[in-house]
Ligand binder design. Structure first.
Ligand code: ADP
Ligand code: MG
Length: 373
């Protein structure tokens, strides 16, 4: 595919130039659950990139992304195949992680400080900017948490693990294996994982760096050190007066590329990729089910005219660890932010479309309340 794109770059440019400047308006594709924001971040093309951008934030329609793919017409010249996608909030090539943090994430910190569960997922193919985004966010969270501006007495603890297949490892303890076990209350415990108390911004930074250095990497042709595991940073904020706690989960998901797109094959790599895809699909199902049950709680079940869905968190280690984020039986307040990360290069257009399709699938349609009509 890359060869086809490479041979047709000038054709691609002329097709783009001939495009209708006013695209058809995008019809909104549902909306996310009431406690969720689905965003996308388009990273800049890297300097060494030989391909043009195939991803275009739409100027006059907020948060819509146009993608122009090149299609090899069997009976003639290549043609454009255009598609569009919508998210709640779109960050383009010029956005900084600081801006994303301030607009999207910073409120999760006082939320967790006061007992809520805030979760951030970075989703996207390898090389799309997930680690770039999450590692910076972790640093900013450390600053917000530790700078002393939040009211009340709290202790802050950090645990960082990663999940490869169904196995879990402690990234703060030289990647020692740990086990995931459901306790009597139904919550999943990370048994054997260190939970380190954090006293300063520097402490937080040191631990995040230590974890990063132990993250498992396996080479693919495209990315010599691509991450094939989900990294989960859990920050627990303990209220020292009443003993309750709030949580922040910052999740740098494994690359979402399909097994067929992974450049180096080999049986192990294929199996690993399939397992990643299963866990990402389980994540999508859990997020959707949670959105539907939150809608039911907000609107009243009878208005939805449908059964509150079962939350399939048992399907993967990823969704088991994050069970209480999705569990409708949980009495905890939960807020979730998803950042779909995208590399705009024409060479990556296939996986990019998959990423944005995934983001749209997290939006569920909400029936209109009778009194609103
Ligand atoms: P992923 O974790 O999704 O595999 P990375 O975060 O490692 O991807 O990003 C891949 C490369 O692109 C890295 O070299 C990273 O520094 C760079 N990069 C990613 N996002 C940005 C951005 N918004 N601005 C500048 N460089 C970026
Ligand atoms: Mg990464």
């Amino acid at each position: 595919m890359e060869g086809f794109y490479l041979n047709n770059i000038s054709k691609y440019h002329s097709l783009l130039d001939a495009l209708d400047p006013v695209p058809k308006p995008r019809i909104p594709h549902g909306r996310p659950g009431p406690n969720m924001i689905v965003s996308a971040r388009i990273r800049p093309l890297s300097g060494s990139e030989e391909f043009p951008s195939a991803v275009f934030p739409r100027r006059d329609q907020g948060n819509v992304i146009d993608i122009h793919d090149l299609y090899n017409h069997p009976k003639g010249q290549p043609i454009l195949k255009s598609s569009d996608y919508q998210v709640d909030r779109l960050f383009n090539m010029n956005s900084t992680t600081k801006e994303i943090y301030e607009e999207l994430v910073v409120d999760l910190v006082p939320y967790a400080w006061n007992g809520g569960v805030g979760t951030l997922f970075a989703y996207g193919q390898t090389g799309s900017g997930k680690t770039f985004t999450v590692s910076k966010v972790e640093e900013f969270v450390g600053e917000t948490l530790m700078n002393g501006n939040l009211d009340g007495k709290r202790e802050v603890y950090i645990t960082i693990i990663d999940l490869a297949g169904n196995a879990a490892f402690d990234l703060l303890n030289e990647r020692e294996p740990i086990s995931l076990r459901e306790d009597a209350s139904g919550a999943t415990q990370m048994v054997g994982a260190q939970e380190n108390q954090v006293f300063s911004v520097d402490d937080m930074r040191t631990m995040v760096e230590r974890a990063t250095s132990f993250r498992r990497t396996a080479p693919t042709l495209k990315n010599p050190a691509s991450s094939r595991s989900h990294a989960i940073c859990r920050i627990r904020i303990k209220n020292t007066v009443n003993g309750s706690d709030g949580m922040l989960y910052l999740v740098d998901l494994a690359g979402s590329e399909a097994a067929r797109d992974v450049a180096v094959h080999g049986a192990d790599r294929m199996r690993e990729t399939k397992q990643i895809n299963i866990s990402l699909s389980a994540l999508k199902d859990c997020i959707r089910a949670k959105a539907q049950s939150d809608n039911a709680a907000t609107l009243g079940k009878e208005k939805l005219g449908q059964k509150v869905p079962h939350i399939p968190f048992r399907q993967s280690a990823l969704t088991r660890v994050l069970k209480h984020v999705f569990d409708p039986a949980s009495t905890r307040e939960c807020r979730t932010i998803v950042i779909a990360c995208v590399n705009p290069s024409l060479a990556d257009v296939g996986p990019t479309k998959n990423t944005l399709r995934f983001a749209e699938l997290l939006r569920v349609s909400i029936p209109v309340k009778e009194e609103d009509t």
